[in-house]
Ligand binder design. Structure first.
Ligand code: NAD
Length: 437
């Protein structure tokens, strides 16, 4: 089999590389010349554990290549994936589909012989039909099917998620397209991955419903954490106590500063927009969206309160900038809400993140970016842990205390024990846990 992957970002590069690892011939196409040039020379444009090795291995084996030329990549391809961005549009949370529709027009121009065109990008219900219409209008003669195949991988664990998914969802309505998709995903039959075939609209909605459900679950435990703080309960034990109920499940019950990243914020908003536009508003999801936005900002208030009500003239050390560990992705990270508020209140900020600082520099100004966690803490009045990178989990607390000018810690990821922190002489504030727990 041979495929072209249009869009070589977090999803396109990982999916294309993993398909090539399964033995498929893959050409990854992008408009970004520097990205393609770099990839041809083995330079991976994103941080994703394990990706570099897999790209180099499959490129060397001749199954994976990189191109700026869609026509060449599409020639002899059985399928063309669209994996371009679908960022939030300018208003009302509506997804910006201009990249997807542009990709559809470009694909229309190069079609030769039967092809399956697959939206792997997260796209609102109705987008697949519109892609079909655009291509049909441009090429009434063309022989093709449009399929929806949303991607569920998580950054930081993307390769494993792609190779061992909980399920694969395929919105394909012709037998011919279903057969091509079944053949592409055949390697996953060996590990008995459930593959769900649906119509286009259902597949498109599954992706949004899944992300909205997970965002709701996170927000639910975050609200329980708020309540725990008021009543002296421990949100970790609440999460465990409810999560062991098989109907609820233990995952996504970790209280924190609010969800971020390139998917949940924009996808919940796009779902809410679609639902409003279709006269079936999803009020639960609307509440989740506003609660989460307020929560991220509220984390700055937590820091200010812990500093005695003001951060004016104080130095805040921030550990972790990305929205989660093991990625360099800064999109909608809580740090982007928290740091500017602290700065507006008169704080200076020194920060360290193992992989996110290059991206952070484009988004956060007047921050002193440090070469390590301990450097960020030098002379700081408070330490704030925003992202739970492994290297922050076992800090040398004697050293931390000697570097900070006051023993104040705000841990927005609950990676330390309140009791141990108190024993070590810190004034330690975490999320949803009593100080003595
Ligand atoms: P990204 O911004 O990292 O990558 C998109 C790439 O597409 C860019 O390299 C861009 O240059 C390229 N591109 C745009 N238009 C093009 C065109 N016409 N031809 C060739 N290349 C083009 O985006 P991403 O994070 O990979 O997300 C892609 C899609 O996958 C989005 O819809 C997103 O919601 C969805 N998704 C993302 C994740 C994730 O964790 N990042 C997970 C699941 C689904």
């Amino acid at each position: 089999m041979r495929i072209a992957m249009l869009g070589t970002g977090y999803v396109g590069l990982v999916s294309g590389t993993c398909f090539s690892e399964f033995g498929t011939d893959v050409v990854c196409v992008d408009k970004d010349e520097a990205k393609i040039e770099g990839l041809r020379n083995g330079v991976i444009p994103i941080f994703e554990p394990g990706l570099e090795t897999l790209v180099k291995k499959n490129a060397a084996a001749g199954r994976l290549s990189f191109s700026l030329d869609l026509a060449e990549a599409a020639r002899d391809a059985d399928a063309i994936f669209i994996a371009v961005g679908t960022p939030p549009g300018p208003q009302d949370g509506q997804a910006d589909l201009s990249y997807v529709y542009q990709a559809a027009r470009e694909i229309a121009a190069v079609l030769d012989g039967y092809k399956v065109i697959i939206t792997k990008s997260t796209v609102p219900v109705g987008t697949g039909r519109e892609v079909e219409r655009i291509i049909r209008e441009a090429r009434p003669d063309a022989d093709f099917d449009v399929v929806s195949n949303p991607e569920f991988l998580r950054e930081g664990a993307a390769i494993n998620d792609f190779m061992r998914p909980d399920r694969v969802v395929i919105g394909a309505e012709s037998k011919r397209a279903q057969d091509v998709m079944a053949e592409l995903y055949r390697p996953l039959y060996l590990i008995e991955t459930p593959i769900i075939f649906t119509k286009l609209e259902t597949s498109e909605l599954i992706k949004y419903a899944g992300n909205a459900f997970l965002a709701t679950k996170i927000s639910f435990i975050n609200q329980m954490a708020d309540l725990c703080e008021k009543v002296g309960a421990d949100v970790h034990q609440v999460a465990k106590g409810i999560g062991l109920d098989g109907r609820i499940g233990r995952k996504f019950l970790h209280a924190g500063p609010g969800y971020g990243g390139s998917c949940f914020p924009k996808d919940t908003q796009a779902l809410a927009y679609t639902a409003r536009a279709n006269g079936a508003p999803v009020s639960l999801v609307e509440d989740v969206i506003s609660y989460n936005a307020a929560r991220k900002r509220g984390m700055a208030d937590k820091v200010i309160a812990h500093c005695g009500g003001t951060v004016a003239g104080k130095k805040v050390a921030v550990l972790g900038l990305t929205f989660k560990p093991n990625t360099d992705d800064m999109r909608d990270s809580p740090s982007l809400d928290i740091i500017p508020i602290l700065q507006a209140q008169g704080a200076t900020v020194s920060a360290y993140d193992p992989e996110g600082m290059e991206e952070a520099k484009k988004l956060l100004s007047d921050v002193t970016y440090c070469t390590g966690a301990y450097q960020a803490m030098e002379g700081a009045d408070v330490l704030v842990i925003v992202t739970e990178w492994n290297e922050f989990r076992r800090l040398d607390m004697d050293r931390v205390k000697s570097l900070l000018s006051a023993p104040l810690i705000v841990d927005l990821r609950n990676i330390y024990s309140p009791a141990e922190m108190a024993e070590d002489g810190f004034e330690y504030l975490s999320i949803g846990r009593p100080l003595s727990a």
